[in-house]
Design a protein. Structure first.
Length: 307
């Protein structure tokens, strides 16, 4: 987890810059604690948002449900994962596309194997920056430059607010919830946009990965947060950006019935979180013998062989 710090604004657009206000310098320490009241907030650092242990995010809610479990959720909350190259690349691309985020620190090396490269990476993390090898910096810029080549993505990101943080309270359990849309469009009907770097932006392949990861739950979570805080019914769309050249882009939106399924799963996750928190008991996969059946694919394969 990176530490909030003072640094030069890497995206300064002069007077009125949405990231630094035109001063040329960003102080990510200005908001060093998560808000304790409901609202929509600008300028909350990644470290503060992701390090908040007093509210539940969409990704945390999904981690409470199969194929994961509350025990995994609690362990990961108590032991934040270290950054890795994919994570850092995603951060860098988001910053370049959205015009806000952590500054990129280029490490002029071909790998992280040398002690000097490792030290530069560690120093960058301490300074609240995103370390990337030279090849990674080039890739991040190539990916960011590909986004506006998709007319729909370009139009979506032409006007709006980046990385707003929403905090609200679930009325049924009093659990504090949070979300962080990458982009919020307020001119006209409210629309929330999430940028996803992905292996495949092909509509059929992205549909499969989005369904598996639980993006329908994320859409429902963010929509419900906006409903609670802003008393509106927003749309939620994903911009899918491929990691490999030619870095193709596609834009997606779940149908309402799928969002409703995500909403029901979110309700289950919130209830589980509330119960686990109240008892401070975070179960795993169950202390009993699980009865197993072959998957449909394995059964079909066996039947083909045994004909």
């Amino acid at each position: 987890m990176t530490t909030p710090a003072v640094h030069d604004c890497p995206f300064c657009r002069g007077e009125g810059c949405p990231h630094c206000g035109g001063g040329g310098e960003v102080d990510d320490r200005e908001i060093y604690e998560a808000p304790t009241t409901p609202g929509v907030f600008d300028g909350i650092s990644d470290a503060v948002y992701h390090g908040d242990r007093n509210s539940l995010s969409s990704s945390g809610g999904r981690k409470l449900l199969p194929p994961s479990c509350p025990a995994v959720f609690k362990w990961e909350r108590d032991n934040p994962p270290d950054s890795n190259e994919d994570y850092d690349l995603g951060h860098a691309v988001h910053a370049l596309v959205l015009g806000t985020g952590l500054e990129i620190d280029e490490v002029k090396a071909t790998s992280w194997r040398t002690n000097d490269a490792k030290k530069q990476r560690a120093d960058a993390y301490k300074a609240g920056k995103v370390p990337l090898l030279t090849a990674g910096v080039k890739k991040a810029h190539a990916m960011a430059e590909a986004v506006p080549r998709n007319a729909q993505a370009r139009d979506l990101l032409s006007e709006g607010r980046p990385e707003v943080s929403m905090y609200w309270t679930d009325p049924a359990t009093w659990v504090r919830l949070r979300s962080r849309p990458d982009w919020m469009i307020e001119s006209g009907p409210l629309m929330l946009v999430d940028l996803k770097t992905t292996k495949a932006a092909d509509p059929q392949l992205f549909r499969a990965s989005a369904s598996s990861i639980g993006y329908h739950q994320q859409a429902a979570w963010y929509i419900d947060g906006a409903r609670d805080l802003l008393d509106v019914d927003p749309r939620f769309v994903f911009i899918a950006l491929e990691k490999e050249p030619p870095h193709l882009v596609s834009v997606h939106e779940f149908e309402r019935e799928d969002i409703e399924i995500g909403r029901q799963l979110n309700r289950l996750a919130i209830e589980i979180y509330a119960a686990c928190t109240a008892e401070d008991y975070w179960p795993g996969y169950g202390d009993f013998i699980h009865s197993m059946r072959l998957t449909s694919r394995a059964r079909y394969h066996a039947e083909e062989l045994l004909r």
